[in-house]
Design a binder for this molecule. Structure first.
Ligand code: NDP
Length: 256
């Protein structure tokens, strides 16, 4: 088997929400596979810090602070990429937020914020990216980060569940429209992964015990365990894989 199939040299990857957690691990992983990576979040200082950490490891990294849920902010970021000559070959729509509340207490503004950040943003950033991929005529890769909730509902996270279910079908909608331009759009559905987003759950002994007992792997996942699936979906190895979702969940959905 040739490792060239998984080589990302010469490619530029934008990974949204990549200053920490899963996004940062993916930035590290795609960089190690040869890609030039653009790190993003809403906070310039966090972007600068993440860029510095990756540069220390010898990687070719850029930073772009913008809000993926804000259309003007996304447009301005892509105008800046055009001016800098940055052509995105790989997009990872990873930025996401959580808001836990029973639906009977959930306010519209919180529903909207979660849907905007976890779903609408993937459309906004995906559209700007794909428009340029189509015009360039050399295809590209889009990876949308879903969740176990792309498949199964859990109490107190209704808008997140709906957004992540939408992500799974957004990848299929992208594949349906853009496959003819040699663009592959797929999703990754991470299981319970140890990141800041889940810190409150890790710190809750009951939830921690539930994660360990309900998962056949009997443990939380680590952010770096998403890297293999991301390299596969970002590389030539997946050139005829389109509209799929790969769950990286330690087997959780297998025993649901
Ligand atoms: P973290 O909270 O650790 O990191 C989220 C990242 O997204 C940060 O860099 C954050 O930076 C950025 N971000 C949030 N909102 C925006 C925005 N509007 N514009 C730009 N950047 C933004 O999350 P995780 O690493 O845990 O999660 C990453 C992705 O994986 C999310 O889509 C999440 O839903 C998904 N996921 C996570 C799982 C887990 O168990 N951890 C399980 C399944 C899916 P800042 O706030 O500074 O802007």
């Amino acid at each position: 088997m040739s490792t060239a199939l998984f080589d990302l040299s010469g490619r530029t990857a934008l990974i949204t929400g990549s200053t920490r957690g899963i996004g940062f691990a993916l930035a590290q992983g795609l960089s190690a596979a040869g890609a030039r990576v653009i790190v993003n979040s809403r906070q310039q200082a966090a972007v600068d810090q993440a860029v510095a950490k990756l540069k220390e490891q010898g990687f070719d990294v850029r930073g772009a602070a913008f809000d993926v849920a804000d259309q003007d902010s996304v447009s301005a970021a892509f105008d800046a990429f055009d001016q800098q000559g940055l052509e995105i070959d790989i997009l990872v729509n990873n930025a996401g937020i959580q808001h836990r509340a029973p639906m009977l207490e959930l306010e519209l503004k919180d529903w909207q914020r979660v849907i905007d950040t976890n779903l609408t943003a993937a459309f906004l950033v995906g559209k700007e990216t794909a428009r340029r991929m189509v015009a360039r005529g050399r295809g590209g890769k889009i990876i949308n980060i879903g969740s176990l909730t792309s498949e199964a509902a859990r109490a107190t996270v209704a808008p997140y569940t709906v957004a992540k279910a939408g992500i799974k079908l957004l990848s299929r909608a992208m594949a349906a429209e853009w496959a003819r331009h040699d663009i592959q759009a797929n999703s990754i559905g991470p299981g319970y992964i140890l990141t800041d987003m889940n810190q409150a759950l890790v710190d809750n002994p009951q939830f921690d015990a539930w994660v360990k007992s309900s998962n056949p792997s009997q443990r939380w996942g680590k952010p770096e365990e998403l890297v293999g699936a991301a390299i596969f979906l970002a590389s030539a190895a997946s050139n005829y894989v389109n509209g799929q979702i790969i769950y990286v969940d330690g087997g959780w959905l297998s025993v649901l």
